[in-house]
Design a protein around this ligand. Structure first.
Ligand code: PAD
Ligand code: ZN
Ligand code: ZN
Length: 348
């Protein structure tokens, strides 16, 4: 391990949820990930020990690992508009250098640690820039969702899109992340929130989260952007792609109103995917942006989001449809793939 032991935090994972990004890796759609790998990145736990230079976390503290680190000193961390960090694992240059830097081995073979957080394990070790101390009374089996799905969706609406009161939003994909976008749009004061999914079983939960209407593209014999244009007198103010499908990304862009519409890409497309769309969609005044971890500066904001949850600023409990003991992890993946679950939380 190249990381200095002075700066690490060793902790027990007590709760972790399953996110679609874990399943992307299981399926092999993110080709630049090295196998074997410890998946999981939406977890929470309790610290066992820390390196001697770690000052903000101590044994016994409750923590959430951060799949986007915050070193606090790089150009991205110093830019108030960015929540990226030079120490991220997403850029190709970092990935290759990280590949020889595995913390874990099994029978002499290196084992990668997904997004430097790998929460599908009883114990793990991360750098202090990849872990946030949270409130001592936080319920770990709920706030683990703040480690990825909830914060990503909620922040995409609040930070990346900056949804305005009275606006109209369209959310493509009603999984745990898409429903969290809906919660964010609602908290931001959107007056119409249209959920789009080809699994109608997701509609009741989407409405519980704040969707004002839900539509299924399979119910129409014309492109969904035409349906949305009709419903909204020309297009929505904000559209969100929360699936990871480039064709839907194009639909989301086309569904936003010319002159001012904003489209946010949240879904993770397969590594080989490329987008192609008519550039006049942008030329005519639309904006398209991506959002990683909802734009939150992870180490600063995760503890605040946990407090906001505890103070009932938002409710994420309705995203948790299943709870299983950790040994039943494969059942949790089946529920996700069959479209039956929103979030399954695995506990020790
Ligand atoms: P999920 O699988 O629970 O939800 C996806 C939803 O999309 C499901 O309800 C599907 O039925 C629906 N769907 C799939 N294809 C279509 C289609 N063509 N048209 C309409 N509906 C469709 O996933 P999730 O909510 O856990 O994650 C969603 C995406 O967000 C996924 O790609 C994941 O990798 C990505 C993600 N991004 C970040 C980030 O920081 N940007 C973080 C976490 C997850
Ligand atoms: Zn995730
Ligand atoms: Zn940084």
């Amino acid at each position: 391990m190249k990381t200095s032991l002075f700066f690490v935090c060793f902790f027990q994972i007590l709760a972790t949820a399953i996110c679609r990004s874990d399943e992307h890796v299981l399926r092999g759609s993110l080709s630049d990930v090295k196998y074997p790998i410890i998946l999981g990145h939406e977890g929470a736990g309790i610290v066992e020990s820390v390196g001697s230079s770690v000052t903000d976390i101590k044994p016994g503290d409750k923590v959430i690992p951060l799949f986007v680190p915050q070193c606090g000193t790089c150009r991205c961390c110093l830019n108030p508009e960015s929540n990226f960090c030079y120490k991220n694992v997403f850029s190709y240059s970092n990935r290759s250098s990280k590949s020889d830097d595995t913390i874990f081995t099994c029978n002499g073979t290196s084992v990668s640690n997904f997004l430097d957080t790998g929460t599908f394990t009883e114990y793990t070790v991360v750098e202090d820039i990849s872990v946030a101390k949270i409130h001592k009374d936080a319920p770990l089996d709920k706030v683990c969702l703040i480690g990825c799905g909830f914060s990503t969706g909620y922040g995409s609406a609040m930070n990346t899109a900056k949804v305005k009161p009275g606006s109209t939003c369209a959310v493509f994909g009603l999984g745990g992340v898409g429903l969290s976008v809906i919660i964010g749009c609602k908290v931001a004061g959107a007056s119409r929130i249209i959920g789009i999914d080809f699994n109608t079983n997701k509609f009741a939960k989407a409405k519980e989260c704040g969707a004002t209407e839900c539509i299924n593209p399979k119910d129409y014999d014309r492109p969904i952007h035409e349906v949305l244009a009709e419903m909204t007198e020309g297009g929505v103010d904000y559209s969100f792609e929360v699936i990871g499908n480039t064709e839907v990304m194009e639909s989301a862009l086309t569904s936003s109103h010319f002159g001012y519409g904003t489209t946010i890409i949240v879904g993770v497309a397969p590594s080989s995917a490329k987008m192609s769309f008519d550039p006049s969609l942008l030329l005519t005044g639309r904006t398209m942006k991506g959002s990683i971890f909802g734009g939150w500066k992870s180490k600063d904001h995760v503890p605040k989001l946990v407090c906001d949850y505890m103070n009932k600023k938002f409710n994420l409990d309705m995203l948790i449809t299943h709870k299983l003991p950790f040994e039943k992890i494969n059942e949790g993946f089946k529920l996700l793939c069959n479209g039956e679950s929103i979030r399954t939380v695995l506990t020790l």
